[in-house]
Structures are given as C-alpha cells and as structure tokens.
Ligand binder design. Sequence first.
Ligand SMILES: *[C@@H]1O[C@H](CO)[C@@H](O)[C@H](O)[C@H]1NC(C)=O
Ligand SMILES: *[C@@H]1O[C@H](CO)[C@@H](O)[C@H](O)[C@H]1NC(C)=O
Ligand SMILES: *[C@@H]1O[C@H](CO)[C@@H](O)[C@H](O)[C@H]1NC(C)=O
Length: 167
Amino acid sequence: MRLLRASILAVLSLTAVFDTLANSTIGPVCSTKPPPGDLGKAQRAAFDDFIFLLTLSRNPQAAFDKYVPGVFSKSRQYIQHNPNALSGRENALNFLVPAWKDPAWSLYVLRQFVDKGHGITTSRASVNGTVISAVMDIFRFEGTCIVEHWDVVQAVTGNETNPIAFF
Ligand SMILES: *[C@@H]1O[C@H](CO)[C@@H](O)[C@H](O)[C@H]1NC(C)=O
Ligand SMILES: *[C@@H]1O[C@H](CO)[C@@H](O)[C@H](O)[C@H]1NC(C)=O
Ligand SMILES: *[C@@H]1O[C@H](CO)[C@@H](O)[C@H](O)[C@H]1NC(C)=O
C-alpha cells in the first residue's frame, strides 16, 4: 500500500515535471558558457528536452525560449543552413510555430544522439499519416545552447528502387 502510494506520487510528480517542461514559461535555461562538470552530459540533457518540447509537445516556442534564447553576439544569432530559410531565431519560429499548429503534419524522431558538441536526429515526416520525407537535423551547441542548424530532407515518393529506402 505504502509502495503503491509512493509510486502514485512519483507518477504525479513526473507528470508535473512534464507539464512544466511542456509549458515552459521559465525562459532560457541554457548557457553559452560550458557548465562545470561533464559538458557532454549537460548537452545530452539539453538536447533531449529540446527535441521533446519541439516534437512530442509540439511547442517550438518553449524549445527555443529555453535552448535558442538569442543571447549570442548579434552577428551570430542562430545560424541557419536550410536553403529555404534565413538565419535568426525569429525566422525559425515564424516557420515552426504555425507548422506545429497544423495537426495534419507530424514528425517522428527515429534516432537522437549528441557527440562532439552536436545533436543529431533522423526523422520521418508525415502529412495526414502519409510519409512524405526522411529528415536529418544537425544542431551545434555552444555550452548548453543551440546556435546552428543544418538539415537534409529527402522526398519519399513510394516508388523507390530500394525496398528498405530511408528507414
Ligand atoms: C500546461 O499547459 C497545459 C495545456 O495548455 C495545461 O493544461 C496545464 O495546466 C499547463 N501546466 C502548467 C504547469 O502550467
Ligand atoms: C489533411 O487532412 C485535412 C483534413 O481532412 C485536409 O483538410 C487537408 O487538406 C489534408 N492535407 C493534405 C496536405 O493532404
Ligand atoms: C516516382 O514517383 C514520383 C512522384 O509520384 C514521380 O515524380 C517519379 O517520376 C517516379 N519515379 C519513378 C522512377 O517512377
């Protein structure tokens, strides 16, 4: 009984943690200065939270407020390499916020890891349940903040030669 009560409490407090993360009225939590201790571990925790907020929570505003706060030098504000976009936090949010509000659109992250100061995801993008593209995103960290982004997008047509194409 005591055990049951303890695990219910644990679930409740975990839910509260996820709620807080999902809403994120707490502003920037990252720092471009490396924190003391294990930087790789801090970057992995930051990346897990960033991708969770962006994809499962569908809340790019919260993800960017926490990890892309735009506090770097003016000349290097969130460097963007996607050929159809421009650098800058606001340009990214102007695309991502309405995109994530559209319920037809979804992104399923298949792989996610951090090494050598970069976070990488590979994902399956779908519209109304139909897979439309295979995506790889690469983000560069400074400290625990995300400062630069590259992506590669391959269209999925359904008539690929390779039976195990993309995934
Ligand atoms: C977070 O947002 C959800 C939905 O917008 C809301 O139901 C919930 O109460 C909020 N949680 C907190 C901790 O603000
Ligand atoms: C997705 O489904 C919605 C609702 O049925 C529809 O309005 C919309 O046009 C669809 N989008 C695409 C790209 O097929
Ligand atoms: C595959 O499908 C796409 C879109 O339907 C079409 O443009 C393309 O020509 C097709 N390729 C082959 C090799 O059939």
